[in-house]
Design a protein around this ligand. Sequence first.
Ligand code: GLU
Length: 543
Amino acid sequence: MTREELADLIFPDIKHDIKYYEEKYPERNLKEGAIVTRYAPSPTGFTHIGNILSAFTGYSFAKNTEGVFLLRIEDTDTKRTVENGINNIIRDLKDFDITFTEGAIDEDRENGNYGPYVQSKRKEIYHAFIKELIKDGKAYPCFLSEEEVNEIRERQEKHKDRIGIYGKYAKYRDLTPDEAAIKIKNNEPYIIRFKSPGSFYKKVKCDDLVRGTLEFPENDLDIPIMKKDGLPTYHFAHLVDDHLMHTTHIIRSDEWLSSLPIHIQLFQVLGYKPPKYAHISPLLKNDNGVVRKLSKRKDPECAVSFYHEMGIPTEAVKLYLATIINSNFEEWYLQNKDKKISDFEFSFKKVSKSGALFDLEKLGNISRTYFSRLTKEEIYEQTKTYLEEFDQEFLKVFTKNPDYTKAILNIEREQKKPRKDIGKYSDVKKLIWYMFDEEFNPVYEDKDIDLELLTDYLENYYDENDDKNTWFNKIAEFGLKYNYTSVKEYKENPEKYKGHVGDICEMLRFVITSLTMTPDLYEIMHLLGKERLIKRLDNFKNK
Ligand code: GLU
């Protein structure tokens, strides 16, 4: 029996050969330098914030270069695949506005000319490639049972030998086609292994766009390429898919870095040009001084739902991720107030080699800057959406008089240095509650308040139509009546006066809001209006 006949025995019903597929999926017609990359998740039911980082990195590079960003579903590990997994992935990415030029669009549908984009639907294609490899003596059926492979591993561990099927462990590597055919006809279970031409004692150089040129021992493992269920392994599927989809850049997690020599070898053995690889380091966390990987089990911030529930805008999370991808992003963002993330030119060279700390406090800072750049309308609308889901009670108050709420949100906004106190939608209530009578039921701390002075001021001097200057000058002038002077004067002769203008403002602020710190007092008083101010003073007196 020839190898060709053996290949026919293993794959008797293959309709097409590699050439057919290469013609079906021709070179893409893109402009020079365009990056074709993909996000290739497994639909296991959980999107880790690190997945969003990988996806967003690919998205950004493709977008920067007017390239292609495709969604490929890697579901060949059927045991880990969950129901609705594809929909969940797409929903999570959409939340972050990460969209695709082609690929899966839901559980059943997809768009693009290079599909199917779901690996379990590509079985025939993989088989065509594997068949050819068997014909060429570059792959072979391996009859080692799982138990035998485990025994080999145990033996290797015991003898501190390298783990895997290579050299003397590759028992079926040199079976003749006849010997293999007898076993197959006897229904002995088998998988297909790649027949590695490598030697562990030779070194190979592999390029990584993030880490530069790395040296590895050449791969000599006969890795499985097709499992018992007829589906390919990740190693092989990525080779076929990225070849046929004309991927130029593989951006993936660095857990795959050690497989790089295998992957480069696979491309070489098939005679294909390998894509460029960029391995992204995991997100880290400083856990009481110990830096470790962000863990799905321990850290709630791993789940993308965390940001949604906390009310942190996905745009702010993206700004932070952009900073993680390229550390010079942040400075650029701070300097370019009117630019969007997509205006920034990302570079592989500036991607961190060692993994970046994912720090919620830092995210909070970036988010506050993000909020500070929103208009009152934007904050109003976005907060409203958040409240609709998470705080129906406050939603009623918040939306009762939209113009009033927007005016509150606008305090200290339209100025050179806008307020930076909102970091998440859930902060909004905590920052503006006292502006709503429905919410204003304060417990006042003990404090010395000159009630006679405040009553006189609010009833006889305060005019809600005054502009800010007039308002302030009036307080200064009024203060003299009660022996309050300017701050400067007071500092020079404190024994001569009861206090200074600032003290009056502080008392006003306290009675009106029950707080000692708020944004601009003039604006607050102006928005509340004289009548409500007097009411609040009366309430204060009664307490
Ligand atoms: N399915 C692989 C994973 O989720 C994809 C790796 C890659 O992007 O090639 O790790």
